[in-house]
Ligand binder design. Sequence first.
Ligand code: NAP
Length: 291
Amino acid sequence: MTAALYLLRAGVKTAMIEKLAPGGQVLMTSEIENYPGFPKGLQGWELADKFANHLEDYDLERINDEVRSIEVGSPHHTIVVGEENVQAKTIILATGSRYRKLGVPGEERLLGRGVSYCALCDGNFFRDRDVAVVGGGNSALEEALYLARLVNKVYLIHRRDDFRGLVCYQNKCSTHEKIEIIRSTVVEEIQGEADVETLALKNVATGDTSQLKVDGAFIFVGFEPIMDFVPDDIHKEKNGIVTDVEMGTNVPGIFAAGDIRAKQCRQVASAVGDGATAATAAFSYLEQLDV
Ligand code: NAP
């Protein structure tokens, strides 16, 4: 949305292709406390809405469908969207990332029956019940805190002793009366007949195994970039598309911004910065083409 805003303001004819609703992972985030300008924090959907509203007064073409593939060309690239082909001289890839699965038995089978990857979407189903949160990054810590407002008890299970997430979230979790932290422990299986009933746990330090009775298992073990539709011409690594500092890929005219990029910092603030940078570089590229 930032890239679209900058392109439109530069006078570039712009289409924004979106499969679902604008906002991506932000829509699944309960509370955003670190986006500058909002010191009291705000809900993910509120921030996404503000971004979307910012585009209202511009002449933006909106295409609501899924991009299936991209064919690299010159001077136009072709984007296959649903059954249609869209021609564009420049493309900014900003499809973000999707949650990573834990990959243990029972996870697929009990999805939607106690296994969840979205506390905001499913937390309400577990009011006054006991749930586990698996992971040790910012997502796990933040979402454990969100769930603790709703449920009876949160077991926060992390495979190491030290957490990856920010110290401010660690402190809140470790002092929260409803959160019990289980360290150096992995989930080996999610068990239950119709719904999640127990987790089979293993302490990686001692080798001890145990069973934990829970009604829900919320998995937050990281994200992976959404780039299945990105052609082989574009240089990518396991954790995303490789870009230069101007967000350019190795293919002239194709840029990438946000969580789809191979990078370390995955924040709304950095995604916004990437979007502005990519749009500025795309505008310069278009100007050169027209010379
Ligand atoms: P993350 O930072 O990659 O952390 C993933 C966590 O899951 C790690 O603690 C990792 O353990 C654990 N893990 C990975 N695979 C596992 C497995 N198979 N079994 C058990 N545990 C496993 O992912 P994230 O928390 O989703 O965050 C993604 C990015 O978004 C990060 O850059 C994060 O900073 C950012 N983010 C920021 C905020 C914020 O600033 N408020 C909020 C949410 C996300 P190890 O630690 O042992 O590797």
